[in-house]
Design a protein around this ligand. Structure first.
Ligand code: SF4
Ligand SMILES: [Zn+2]
Ligand SMILES: [Zn+2]
Length: 304
């Protein structure tokens, strides 16, 4: 098949807009939409931190943020990697992240659960009861990233979430009737004291396209999946959305579009809570003690 935009051989078919694209036009197609997203979202001057796990999405997000800001003297991209302590899995992706940052000259910061909280996610897994590993992981990781971002003076944190992730989150919140959580989804337009706003440069890029982009760029990527991922509720939504997209191409974009139409209403109904410093760790929270400190206390009691 020929590319729909030039005479070269196509390497992929974009089902939701019916075009065949060659390597060059596919790469342009991805880069153009990421630039457009970045323009639409808050993109402050100064240090932009990217949460780099070492997985394909975060590698693509870090690379594209680096590429977009390369000639921009007013912005500098740093990468933050969290070592949750997942034996046999995270060690590998951290090495990939390190190598990647070295290659592109991106300052890289690594923070670990063990050093921050005194235990690894593997330790949590042994003593956890009702809550899944992902719940602990999400709370601690978010806080770790925020702490490092704050310490390097970052003005925004770019996350690697792609269109599939965002569509899953929107749908999940709808099904659970958790509109308030939907109102707190990134990109964050309001700057809260102590909480670095998050942005989503890959928000309109489907997962398959991020994977193909990473492959075409020759990035080293780990195919491994986190051993705790199987317990994640998200899997149900992933399967459902993949099925929906297969039968109705463009569904993921429509889910995002519907959210964007409602965004202002939702955010004005649920404005961000007034944040204060956690009485224990000083990180921003709407309660007296932040969720990370509450969970940490429970785990410490069980580990003793
Ligand atoms: S799958 Fe769950 S436990 Fe594993 S890294 Fe992701 S959030 Fe953490
Ligand atoms: Zn072409
Ligand atoms: Zn705290």
């Amino acid at each position: 098949m020929k590319c729909s935009k030039c005479d070269k051989e196509a390497i992929t078919f974009i089902r939701y807009n019916g075009t065949w694209l060659c390597r060059e036009h596919f790469m342009n197609f991805v880069e153009k939409r990421v630039k457009k997203e970045v323009r639409k979202q808050p993109f402050p001057r100064g240090v932009i931190a990217v949460a780099l796990s070492g997985g394909k999405d975060s590698i693509v997000a870090t690379y594209l943020m680096h590429k977009i800001t390369e000639k921009d003297a007013s912005r500098e991209v740093h990468a933050i990697t969290v070592d949750e302590g997942i034996d046999g899995y995270r060690d590998k992706t951290i090495k990939i992240a390190e190598k990647f940052c070295n290659e592109y000259g991106i300052p890289h910061h690594i923070i670990s659960f063990k050093e921050e909280y005194g235990f690894t996610l593997d330790d949590i897994s042994k003593v956890r009861r009702e809550l899944a590993e992902c719940t602990y992981c999400g709370v601690f990781r978010r806080q770790c990233i925020n702490k490092v971002a704050e310490s390097i003076g970052a003005k925004a944190i770019a996350m690697g979430h792609n269109l599939d992730d965002v569509a899953q989150t929107i749908l999940m919140n709808f099904v659970r009737s958790d509109v308030e959580r939907m109102a707190r989804m990134a990109p964050h337009r309001k700057v809260q004291p102590g909480l670095i706003p998050r942005i989503l440069p890959l928000r309109s890029i489907p997962e398959k396209e991020a994977t193909l982009y990473a492959y075409l760029m020759g990035f080293e990527i780990s195919e491994d999946e986190c051993p705790y991922a199987v317990r994640a509720m998200r899997g149900i939504y992933r399967d459902f959305i993949m099925d929906l997209e297969k039968n109705h191409p463009g569904s993921r974009h429509s889910i995002l579009k519907s959210f964007l139409e409602l965004e202002d209403c939702i955010r004005s109904k649920y404005p961000p809570a007034q944040l204060k410093a956690c009485g224990i760790c000083g990180q921003p929270t709407s309660e007296q003690v932040c969720m990370a400190c509450q969970l940490r206390e429970k785990i410490m009691e069980r580990i003793k």
